[in-house]
Design a binder for this molecule. Structure first.
Ligand SMILES: Nc1ncnc2c1ncn2[C@@H]1O[C@H](COP(=O)(O)OP(=O)(O)O)[C@@H](O)[C@H]1O
Ligand SMILES: [Mg+2]
Length: 511
C-alpha cells in the first residue's frame, strides 16, 4: 500500500529556457511507495520536471520539499542523499566496464570505499540483481547487453544507493513488447518494496497498467491529478492532447489514372518475392502485414538502398534503374525510414540544416553554392507549417522530442516536394497529438497530388489514411484491397483478421 508520507512536494514550479516556458505553475506531490505516472505529449515538460526534482537543474520559481524539508535550490548530490534516483533516457552507464562495476561503482564512491575490491563489487552487484530477480552475468561488458538489460543495470545501480524514489524517464521507448512486460513487472516489484516510482510515458496502455496515480501535463501546465482507477485511456488521451482523437479518413479525389510509380515482379532473395504495385497521383497506398514481412526492404529497394535481384521499376511510365538514394531523389522519390534516429535525421545538426539537407541540391542548382538565406526561410516556413515546437530554426534536432523530430524529418522531405513519398512506420513511439498531425500532413500531400506509400503495423492508421492497401507476409503479397473494398464499413475488422491469420500461420510454420 502507498504510505501517507510525502516524499516530494513541489509547488508552483516554473521553468523557462531561452524562448521556451517549459513548465508553468506545476504542483505535484509524490507519496511514499506509489507508482505515479507523469503523462503528456512529447515536449510538454516531463523531463524538465524530473531534472528539477533531481537537482540537475534549478526551477526558475516555485518551492520543493523533499522528505519534509525545504530544498528548493538543491543539488543533484542533495537529491541522491534524500534517496532520489533517476534513470535517464541515456542511462549513463560505462560501456567498457563490467555489469558488476557499473552497478557497484556509485555506492562505493559514495561510501568512500576502494574501487578495487572485486569480491565486494560483485557482492553488491549480485545483491542488487537478486533484488529485482534477474540474472545477468556479472562479468559481461555493458556494451554487449541489450538496451533492456542495460536499463535493468541502471535500476540496480539506483537500488544500491538506497533509492526511495525512482524516476524512470520514458524507459520503454526502445523495448520490445516482452521487455516492456518484464520491466513493468519489476516496477511493480519495486513498489512492493515501498519504493516510489515516477514512471514517465506517453503510451497509454503502459500507464494504465501500472499507475496508482496519474498526473497529466500539457504544454508545461498541469492538467490534473487523477486516480488511475477513475480514468480511462480515452479520457487520458483527451487530457494529454486537449482534443478528441478521431482521425480523418482519406479518400482520393484525383481522377488521374496514370501511374507515378509502378513496381513489376520485384524480387530480392530472402527479403521479398514477386512484388507488383502501382501508385497513382493522390494514392495513399498502405503496406501492412507482419514485422519482417519484407516491407522495409522493399522500400529500401525503391529508394536505391537495396538492389533487387529481378523485376522492374517504372517512374511515370519510364523504366528506371535506381542505384542509390541520389538517383531516387532525382526521380522525385522521398523516404522517411523506420529508424529515424539512425537513418533519417542529422541529430547533431539544427532544424535549419536538416530541412535544408533534402533541398541542398536544388538550392545549389540555383545559386552555385548554398544560399543560406533561402535555406533559413524554408526552415522557418517548415517550422511554422508543421508546428515544430522549437525556439528557432537553429535548435539542434537531438534536443527535440520524438514527435517533433519526426515532423522535422517530414518537413525536410516536404520542402523538396517529392512526387513519390514513402513513409516507413512514421508514427511508432510518437504521441497522439503529433500522430494526428502527421496524418493530416500525409493526407494533405496526397490531396495535392503526391503518391504516398505508408508502411504501418497499425490497422487503425492504415484504415484512416489509405485508399488502397497491400498486405504482405513473409516477403509475399497476400492480398490487395481495392479502393472500393476500403470503403466497406467493416474494413478494419477484415484487415485485422487477415493479419491475425498471418500471425497464427507464422507460429505454426515456426514450430
Ligand atoms: N536545455 C534546454 N534548452 C532549451 N529548451 C529546452 C531545454 N530542455 C528542454 N527544452 C524545451 O522545453 C520543453 C519541454 O521539454 P521536455 O521537458 O524535455 O519535454 P518532455 O520530456 O515532456 O518531452 C520543450 O519545448 C523543449 O524543447
Ligand atoms: Mg522527455
Amino acid at each position: 500500500m502507498a504510505g501517507t508520507n510525502n516524499i516530494v512536494v513541489a509547488e508552483h514550479i516554473c521553468k523557462s529556457y531561452v524562448g521556451v516556458q517549459a513548465l508553468s505553475d506545476v504542483s505535484i506531490t509524490i507519496k511514499e511507495g506509489e507508482i505515479k505516472c507523469l503523462a503528456g505529449e512529447n515536449g510538454c515538460g516531463k523531463s524538465t520536471f524530473v531534472k528539477i526534482i533531481a537537482g540537475v537543474e534549478n526551477a526558475t520559481s516555485g518551492t520543493i520539499r523533499i522528505n519534509g524539508r525545504e530544498m528548493t535550490k538543491h543539488s543533484a548530490k542533495d537529491a541522491i542523499n534524500e534517496g532520489i534516483q533517476v534513470i535517464f533516457q541515456d542511462l549513463s552507464l560505462f560501456g567498457a566496464m563490467s555489469v558488476a562495476e557499473n552497478i557497484a561503482m556509485n555506492k562505493l564512491v559514495k561510501e568512500g570505499k576502494p574501487l578495487t575490491n572485486d569480491r565486494e563489487i560483485k557482492r553488491i552487484a549480485k545483491e542488487a540483481l537478486d533484488l529485482i530477480g534477474v540474472d545477468i552475468p556479472l562479468d559481461a561488458q555493458i556494451q554487449e547487453l541489450s538496451i533492456a538489460n542495460r536499463q535493468l543495470i541502471a535500476i540496480c545501480r539506483a537500488l544500491t544507493l538506497d533509492a526511495k524514489l525512482l524516476f524512470m524517464d520514458e524507459p520503454t521507448t526502445a523495448l520490445t513488447k516482452n521487455e516492456v512486460d518484464r520491466l513493468l513487472e519489476i516496477v511493480l516489484g519495486l513498489k512492493a518494496r515501498n519504493i516510489a516510482i515516477v514512471f514517465i510515458s506517453h503510451k497509454l496502455d503502459e500507464v494504465m497498467r501500472i499507475a496508482d496515480s496519474i498526473t497529466v501535463i500539457r504544454d508545461g501546465h498541469k492538467i490534473g491529478d487523477f486516480d488511475a482507477a477513475e480514468i480511462d485511456a480515452a479520457k487520458l488521451a483527451y487530457y494529454m492532447t486537449g482534443r478528441q482523437v478521431d482521425y480523418q479518413h482519406y479518400h482520393r479525389d484525383d481522377a488521374a489514372e496514370a501511374s507515378l510509380l509502378e513496381v513489376r515482379n520485384l524480387t530480392k532473395k530472402g527479403n521479398y518475392e514477386d512484388i507488383s504495385l502501382n501508385l497513382r497521383k493522390g494514392d495513399i497506398l498502405g503496406l501492412t502485414g507482419l514485422l519482417g514481412a519484407g516491407r522495409t526492404e522493399l522500400a529500401f529497394s525503391i529508394f536505391g538502398m537495396n538492389r533487387p535481384d529481378s523485376g522492374e521499376i517504372f517512374v511515370e511510365g519510364k523504366k528506371v534503374t535506381i542505384n542509390d538514394p541520389d538517383d531516387a531523389i532525382d526521380l522525385g522519390i522521398g523516404l522517411v525510414p523506420e529508424e529515424r534516429a539512425t537513418q533519417g535525421l542529422f541529430l547533431s545538426k539544427s532544424v535549419n540544416e536538416n530541412v535544408a539537407a533534402a533541398i541542398l541540391k536544388r538550392l545549389k542548382g540555383f545559386m552555385g553554392n548554398i544560399n543560406s538565406g533561402k535555406s533559413r526561410d524554408l526552415a522557418k516556413e517548415a517550422i511554422g507549417q508543421f508546428r515544430i515546437k522549437v525556439y528557432d530554426e537553429d535548435t539542434v534536432v537531438s534536443t527535440l522530442s520524438g514527435g517533433n523530430q519526426q515532423k522535422a524529418l517530414i518537413a525536410r522531405w516536404a520542402a523538396s516536394k517529392p512526387k513519390i513519398f514513402i513513409l516507413d512506420t512514421p508514427t511508432v513511439g510518437i504521441d497522439i497529438g503529433s500522430k494526428a498531425e502527421i496524418y493530416e500532413y500525409i493526407q494533405k500531400f496526397a490531396a495535392e497530388g503526391m503518391g504516398i506509400i505508408l508502411i504501418s503495423d497499425e490497422v487503425e492508421e492504415i484504415v484512416a489514411n489509405c485508399n488502397r492497401v497491400i498486405v504482405m507476409f513473409n516477403g509475399r503479397k497476400v492480398k490487395e484491397y481495392t479502393e472500393e473494398e476500403m470503403l466497406s464499413p467493416d474494413i478494419k475488422e477484415q484487415i485485422n483478421s487477415l493479419v491475425e491469420s498471418g500471425k497464427t500461420a507464422g507460429k505454426e510454420e515456426a514450430s
